[in-house]
Design a protein around this ligand. Structure first.
Ligand code: XMP
Length: 393
């Protein structure tokens, strides 16, 4: 577009912009409005502005400047939000809401639930009880790391070792949706059983973040919620929700985590689905197969971190495929399954594209996995979402 607006909305913004444009235009303008170029309508006297392009889109040049101008120069807001001020406000709000009650919090090891728990602990100390269900579908050393992090902080965590139980329920199941349903239902059952032991608990903490709310009309957000946020529990158990992160974006949650002293490796961790490796181990879930996947995944992540690329990637992980191929190991024939590397760039997981690693790094990762893990093939997934999804199952 080209515009000639002299309004504060466009202060510091170029007259010519490449924008993500809506399909329609205004047929007739109400009194007091003028068109200040294509798709820009304004009533300077009333300070009302209408844009036919999307300033929030990443494809719009200087869209963030337009939004900032609107908030600061037109609405008159001051930019005084900081992570530290947020922590203080959240702590005060939690105390006010919970009073002398007890809060139950499900820990997954992910950023959102970890920051939620730490924040609530800061507010109410021992009246927070965390429940960590180890379904055996976590990444290498993850359960130990979670336990250690929270023990170091003096946060009360009930650890439930349900590894055998989950694997026996999942034995022989290969259908992805069946796997997800079994994992989700059992997770809720175990959580509920533990939570019920605290009959003074009136609150359930959830790591809901702002995008969960914004996207709640979206099919996927619903899926993420139903598992991750222990869906259905608050109503069933008559618990009131405590959601201290619900106005934060992911990067803000990470900053809060840092300022609360959570380890860097926990704060910057890539998202991990509730059903865990259950949806990354294609085919049957057996402990030997999960161990192979865990070992390969740890190598992949270690090499990405060593190369300094971890923070540039939205998500990186391995999958194990039940497809066997022939190899030669220790001078004899071997017949083993296949590892797939998946790494994507994304800003919100709604769309994603594969991450272009330097070939030398792929070479190194593949060589290490083939040497250290009993698989005979390492493949690299170059599928964009859509139509592919990030997770395979
Ligand atoms: P897809 O595979 O649909 O995934 O492209 C989009 C994002 O959602 C994550 N994901 C989940 N997160 N519970 C979660 O908490 C789930 O059941 C679940 N399934 C997918 C996925 O890792 C990606 O970041």
């Amino acid at each position: 577009i080209t515009h000639d607006s002299a309004s504060p909305l466009f202060e510091g913004v170029n007259k010519e912009l490449s924008v993500c444009m809506g399909a329609s235009t205004a047929a007739r303008l109400p009194g007091g409005f003028r068109a200040a170029g294509e798709g820009v309508y304004e009533n300077p006297e009333k300070q009302i502005y209408a844009l036919m392009f999307r300033p929030e889109s990443e494809d719009t040049e200087q869209g963030q400047d337009v939004l900032r101008n609107f908030v600061t120069r037109i609405c008159g807001c001051r930019c005084e939000w900081t992570t530290a001020s947020y922590v203080d406000t959240a702590v005060r709000d939690i105390r006010e809401q919970v009073k002398d009650g007890r809060v139950i919090c499900g820990l997954s090891g992910g950023v959102d639930s970890s920051v939620t728990a730490t924040l609530i602990h800061k507010a109410i100390g021992d009246r927070l009880t965390c429940i960590f269900v180890d379904h055996g579908l976590m990444r290498l050393n993850e359960p130990e790391e979670v336990r250690k992090t929270f023990a170091d902080k003096g946060i009360n965590v009930i650890y439930i070792d349900a590894r055998k139980r989950f694997l026996s329920l999942l034995a022989g199941v290969t259908d992805p949706e069946k796997k997800r349903k079994i994992i989700g239902a059992e997770f809720i059952r175990l959580f509920e059983e533990q939570a019920a032991k605290f009959d003074d608990a009136r609150f359930l903490a959830q790591g809901t973040i702002y995008p969960d709310i914004v996207e709640s009309g979206n099919r996927h957000a619903a899926v993420i919620k139903s598992h991750h946020n222990v869906g259905g529990l608050p109503e069933r158990m008559d618990l009131e929700l405590v959601e201290p992160l619900k106005y934060l974006f992911k990067d803000e949650v990470r900053n809060v985590g840092r300022s609360l002293g959570l380890p860097e490796t926990m704060g910057d961790r890539h998202p991990f689905p509730g059903p865990g490796l259950g949806v990354r181990c294609v085919g049957e879930l057996r402990v030997e197969r999960l161990d192979v996947l865990r070992a390969a995944d740890a190598i992949f992540i270690e090499e990405i971190r060593k190369a300094g690329l971890y923070g540039n990637i939205w998500q990186a992980f391995c999958m194990l495929l039940p497809v066997k191929s022939v190899g030669v190991r220790n001078e004899s024939r071997s017949y083993e399954e296949t590892i797939v590397l998946r790494a994507v760039k994304s800003t919100d997981a709604m769309t994603a594209d594969w991450y272009p690693f330097p070939p030398e790094l792929l070479q190194k990762i593949s060589a290490r996995i083939l040497k250290e893990v009993p698989v005979n093939r390492v493949l690299f997934d170059i599928s964009a979402k859509p139509p592919a999804t990030i997770e395979w199952e």
